[in-house]
Design a protein around this ligand. Structure first.
Ligand code: TXA
Ligand code: MG
Length: 350
């Protein structure tokens, strides 16, 4: 398949070629597009065959359900069997934006989208290109992150091209995304609602609006072998670069000491080592390739650089990545969820 790349300037919304991409979607094709979180790989959510193409292009296990993207709240009616008062409050506060709501599904949503679950995950992205594309296409758009299954989610079009070129019809290049990590997935059927995946909207923000909000116990530690995950995506080793990732957690000085010790050891062994540092610590390292994710005072920056840096290390054929843990509050919860997952829960506590 020939993949067409369409470059759009997010600041100059005369996106004539967006009509073509919308048409491709309407005709059952696959279109990768930027959202504010990460790039998504879209297909008509109501077209079973089109949706099956997503699983094929990504190599995604069929038991991992997709998020359906909409451009206006009234498009929800045909996707869900009812909207709770809590759902309305959340939409009013956080849509469009990085919050995905898990709701009871309607009969119109095919089981291939929801992996046979009786719920459907829906979100309204805030990225102007995503919104315009969905609106033009006039259909709900099923879209997982636009990476090959298991790899870090794409934060720019080059990542999508690396993973999916030749496997999808169109890739819209809208530049680098803003949030850099996926949306928060919130189950609003459970009482109280439960975060199944932390993301762009934080636990603290949700608690401020709703009061009690739970977090799935596996978010930072992974799903135990004998447990059925509440969100199928939890059980996969996601976000993994090719390198082995080791997360070092504890008092910051101890963390730095341990990373120095390990990087010296790996250097002696001739292992290509990368260090995921922060602005506060980067000067303290001497060995390995050092990348700062940003200041510890600005977790949003760290989040937006995380997948990007994991992919960067892949491009450099890095074999081991030593990553500093960050505080788990605010965006820190999503950062540590992704980092721990990328490491396959290879976490060293010092
Ligand atoms: O930010 C995002 O959410 C991006 C952009 C493209 O919108 N999309 C994304 O999709 O991250 P994906 O497929 O990579 O992740 C969807 C997650 C998976 O962990 C999946 O298991 C969960 O949402 N999910 C989807 N439907 C669900 C459902 N009905 N119940 C529970 N979890 C669900
Ligand atoms: Mg994904």
């Amino acid at each position: 398949m020939k993949t067409e790349i369409i470059k759009l300037d997010v600041n100059k919304p005369d996106w004539v070629r967006l009509d073509y991409a919308a048409e491709v979607l309407g005709n059952g094709g696959l279109v990768a597009f930027p959202t504010e979180t990460v790039y998504g790989l879209g297909a008509n959510a109501l077209d079973e065959k089109a949706v099956s193409g997503i699983f094929k292009a990504k190599g995604r296990p069929s038991d991992n359900p997709l998020i359906v993207h909409i451009s206006a709240v009234n498009e929800l009616d045909k996707l869900v069997s009812g909207i709770s008062k809590r759902g309305c409050m959340l939409m009013e506060e956080f849509w469009p934006g990085p919050l995905t709501l898990v709701m009871p599904k309607s009969d119109a949503v095919h089981g291939i989208v929801t992996a046979g679950l009786n719920t459907v995950a829906v979100r309204m992205p805030s990225h102007p290109i995503a919104l315009a594309l969905i609106k033009k296409a006039g259909i709900p758009v099923a879209a997982p992150s636009a990476n090959s299954s298991g790899r870090p989610s794409p934060t720019c079009a080059e990542h999508v091209i690396d993973d999916l070129s030749g496997k999808v019809d169109v890739i819209i290049d809208g530049g680098r995304v803003e949030v850099g990590l996926e949306s928060t997935v919130l189950d609003i059927i459970s009482e109280p609602p439960v975060i199944l995946r932390p993301g762009g909207v934080t636990l603290e923000q949700l608690r401020q609006l709703l009061g009690a909000v739970g977090t799935d116990p596996s978010l930072l530690t992974g799903v135990a072998g004998n447990v059925i995950p509440r969100s199928p995506g939890m059980k996969y080793r996601h976000y993994a670069p090719r390198a082995r990732v080791i997360v070092i957690e504890g008092h910051l000085d101890k963390v730095v000491e341990e990373i120095i010790r390990l990087s010296v050891k790996y250097e002696e062994e001739g292992v290509r080592t990368g260090i995921l540092a922060t602005d506060e610590t980067r000067e303290r390292y001497r060995t390995g390739e050092i990348v700062s994710l940003g200041s510890r005072n600005n977790p949003g920056t760290i989040a937006s650089n995380l997948f990007h840096s994991l992919r960067y290390f892949d491009d450099r054929d890095t074999e081991v990545i030593l990553a500093e843990a960050v505080e788990g509050e605010g965006m820190g919860l999503a950062i540590m969820n992704r980092l721990n997952k990328a490491s396959g829960y290879n976490i060293v506590r010092v």
